[in-house]
Design a protein around this ligand. Structure first.
Ligand code: XIL
Length: 383
């Protein structure tokens, strides 16, 4: 599983820069009345839900969610409804969930999310119609065009008249992790995937339902990398082929250990080139993958994560990004606590370290953390 290998073998280690003294923690001594900034930070989340802070700037905030938890945990459902104006189904719209057997479509779990969205005025981001993972055993990768056509017609057709499903990750993670995993040096596509197949996938999608926004989604493109270069070339190819592509999903699974040496210049260049191509960048799976070395306390870790969110989102909002989706809302359900996705042997073999796996705005008791304040602050300061 190339994806998992990438997570588990990467041992990035950089000397973590001294923790930046974050301005937004400084109290403004002179004024009697706390500033709006402090109000946001001093209020608990329920007074300033992230979706409202985002909406005040014409933006959307949301998270990946799971239907099984949504249906059984009222507190979880209430937290999502309060904080999110957009959600991505964690797995309910992947091929193994929607077409588990050839030609047999099942939408019960995805529809449960759609109904929840309808009730709480939340947009739904369809993830995803084409991915090398999350697929049923009967499906080859890449699928044949005939399989793609049947799947896109079945799944997009089911949501064609949906009032909540507004956008699709038409294709996900089509760029290989490195030059050894592609047979296409120009576009770096995963082995067996031809650019024409992706072009035809987008064309078929547009023939079924061109009322939604179409995205190409990937990870590891949050800077000047081998992958981002090829991702941008693929976006350009699709644009030049005349297909409908409205945006680029930048997954933004940032790495804790390298977040402090984050490639701001490279990331700004990716955002600029997407905007120049008139392909809207959105943040689709933001979280911080906690890898070693770990700081000596949870408080310090939380503060460093908050700092990463703030700096990253400041760059996004400076480039007019208007949609931010974190990959989960609470640490209780973060995917990196699942044994299959824990970021490295360090954690898999040491359950006593799992308490450090806390990448999200709310903790396992659904209480806001410094990361919540940082995201709130970024929305509040966005111009
Ligand atoms: C992950 C889910 O969060 C896990 O529950 C599942 O086991 C595997 O997939 N990039 C993506 C997402 O585009 O679909 C992945 O979601 C995380 C990485």
């Amino acid at each position: 599983m190339p994806y998992r290998r990438k997570f588990l073998t990467r041992a990035g280690y950089t000397t973590l820069s001294a923790l930046l003294t974050m301005g937004f923690l400084q109290k403004d001594k002179q004024k009697e009345e706390p500033s709006a900034k402090e109000l946001v930070l001093n209020y608990t989340a329920k007074n300033y839900p992230l979706r409202e802070l985002a909406a005040a700037k014409g933006k959307r905030y949301g998270a990946a969610i799971s239907s099984d938890i949504l249906l059984k945990d009222k507190d979880y459902a209430n937290l999502i409804a309060r904080e999110c104006s957009i959600v991505t189904p964690n797995g309910e719209l992947k091929w193994n969930a929607t077409e588990p057997q050839q030609g047999l479509f099942t939408f019960e779990s995805a529809d449960a999310i759609a109904n929840f969205c309808q009730k709480h005025n939340i947009d739904m981001h369809g993830h995803t119609l084409f991915w090398h993972m999350g697929k049923p055993d009967w499906l080859p990768y890449p699928p044949t065009l005939k399989m793609i056509e049947r799947h896109v017609k079945g799944v997009m057709g089911h949501y064609r008249n949906s009032k909540v499903l507004k956008s699709w990750d038409i294709a996900n993670e089509i760029i290989a992790d490195n030059e050894n995993e592609t047979d296409n040096p120009t576009y770096g596509l995963r082995k067996g995937v031809k650019p024409e197949l992706i072009r035809d996938l987008f064309l078929i999608a547009a023939s079924v339902d061109n009322s939604k926004e179409f995205y190409l989604n990937d990870f590891g493109i949050e800077g000047a990398t081998w992958k981002s270069e090829r991702f941008l070339k693929m976006v350009e190819y699709l644009k030049n082929s005349g297909v409908k592509i409205d945006g680029a999903g930048i997954q933004s699974h940032l790495w804790f250990s390298t977040a402090y040496s984050f490639d701001e210049k490279g990331f700004n260049s990716v955002l600029k080139r997407l905007n120049d191509l008139e392909v809207k960048p959105i943040i689709t799976e933001l979280d911080i993958i906690i890898d070693a070395p770990l700081p000596d306390s949870i408080e310090k870790l939380d503060q460093m994560i908050a700092d990463s969110y703030k700096r990253y989102l400041d760059l996004c909002f400076a480039a007019k990004v208007d949609t931010v989706i974190t990959w989960g809302l609470t640490d209780r359900h973060t995917w990196i606590r699942h044994p299959d996705w824990m970021p490295g042997k360090t954690f898999r073999d040491n359950p006593n370290l799992w308490k450090f796996l806390r990448p999200l705005p709310f903790d396992e008791k659904f209480q806001p953390k410094p990361a919540y304040n940082a995201i709130a602050q970024a929305f509040e300061q966005a111009t």
